[in-house]
Design a protein around this ligand. Structure first.
Ligand code: GDP
Ligand code: CA
Length: 327
């Protein structure tokens, strides 16, 4: 299993990828990460890519481990100036160091580089130890259809729904704006097709992994790759662990359980995406249900508190990949 391709969201994705990197340092595997770009947005004239940056900062050792997102040692002087001008979102503060990244990215995009090329340039500085790719070079943004106080439907950007409203507003559906005229980045598709194993991180199954899979070309690549596709449950004991995956799953009508999310992805042998599914031991009671749904599943501890925890999960996923691929 030399070439490992991982589909990932931001903070949860970064925890998982750090474990994969730890493992790869011992085995010499090469890791490619295909990151969600549905959370991306234009804000105060700058292109902001939250999930790409969460992974880049975390793997570059520059992330704020206490706050859980953004850069360590951050200040917010520029954001205070923008707020004084009434520009931007006061509830979506961008740190000064972080703004440096967004200015650099926007400058490179305006020079005509693709987001894939820009990400590669930004990563030169951080030596993440993995190849980091955006899922698409196109602007496909997740928006959310909500019902406002006066009963009118409104479409707001995902980050407004998530950060400002904490998902706590009547919600109809998620919309991928720009999806029809988009395609997955060729490099991302190639990374899925040429991998020895594909892993879906225990990232948000709706607005992280779900958004990547919705991009034209991704699901087809997952269905046709010769590599086993193994995923890790982001739900442990009916809880989303960290974040609000429970609210997102509710919006698309999927139960908040490891088995329901596994069945939502589906078995590759039955038109779905998965060759294997890992659940936490507290969910081991759901294994027979998963087997009946045609999804080979195993249980092992899925809490990612340290890089070693995550590395053990990745090792378990690779083992399952070997088992489902057969001799
Ligand atoms: P975001 O883009 O920053 O929101 O992060 P991701 O989408 O990559 O990951 C968020 C999801 O990771 C959460 O919704 C949780 O369900 C899941 N998660 C977070 N911590 C853990 C953990 O320790 N173990 C597992 N199995 N899942 C986790
Ligand atoms: Ca995200």
């Amino acid at each position: 299993m030399k070439r490992i391709t991982i589909l990932a969201g931001g903070v949860g994705g970064a925890r998982f990828v750090r474990g994969a990197r730890t493992l790869a340092q011992a085995t010499g595997a090469e890791i490619t990460v295909v990151a969600n770009t549905g959370d991306d947005l234009w804000l105060t004239g700058l292109r902001v890519c939250p999930d790409l940056d969460s992974i880049m900062y975390s793997l570059g050792g520059a992330n704020d481990t206490e706050r859980g997102w953004g850069r360590a040692g951050e200040s917010e002087r520029v954001s205070a100036e923008l707020t004084a001008y009434g520009v931007g979102w006061p509830w979506f503060t961008l740190g000064d160091l972080d703004l440096g990244t967004h200015i650099a990215r926007t400058a490179l995009l305006r020079e005509g580089l693709t987001l894939t090329e820009v990400t590669q340039r930004l990563c030169l500085r951080w030596n993440p130890g993995v190849r980091l790719l955006p899922a698409t070079n196109d602007e496909v943004e997740t928006h959310v259809e909500i019902v406002d106080g006066s009963g009118r439907t409104q479409l707001i950007h995902f980050e407004e729904w998530w950060v400002r409203h904490r998902g706590n507003v009547p919600t109809r559906r998620f919309v991928h704006r720009g999806l029809e005229s988009s395609s997955a980045a060729p490099e991302a598709v190639e990374a899925i097709l040429s991998a020895d194993v594909v892993l879906l991180a225990p990232s948000n199954p709706v607005v992280s992994v779900g958004t990547i899979i919705a991009l034209p070309g991704v699901a087809a690549a997952l269905r046709t790759t010769a590599a086993p596709v193994i995923a890790v449950s982001p739900i442990i004991g009916g809880s989303p662990v960290r974040g609000m995956a429970d609210i997102c799953l509710g919006v698309i009508g999927v139960d908040v359980s490891a088995a329901a999310v596994g069945q939502h992805y589906g078995a590759r042998t039955q038109g779905g995406l998965l060759d294997g599914w890992l659940v936490d031991p507290v969910d081991a009671g759901e294994l027979p249900l998963l087997e009946r749904a045609g999804i080979p599943a195993r249980s092992l501890p899925l809490w990612m508190n340290t890089d070693e925890d995550s590395a053990a999960i990745v090792a378990g996923a690779l083992q399952l990949a070997g088992e489902v691929r057969g001799p």
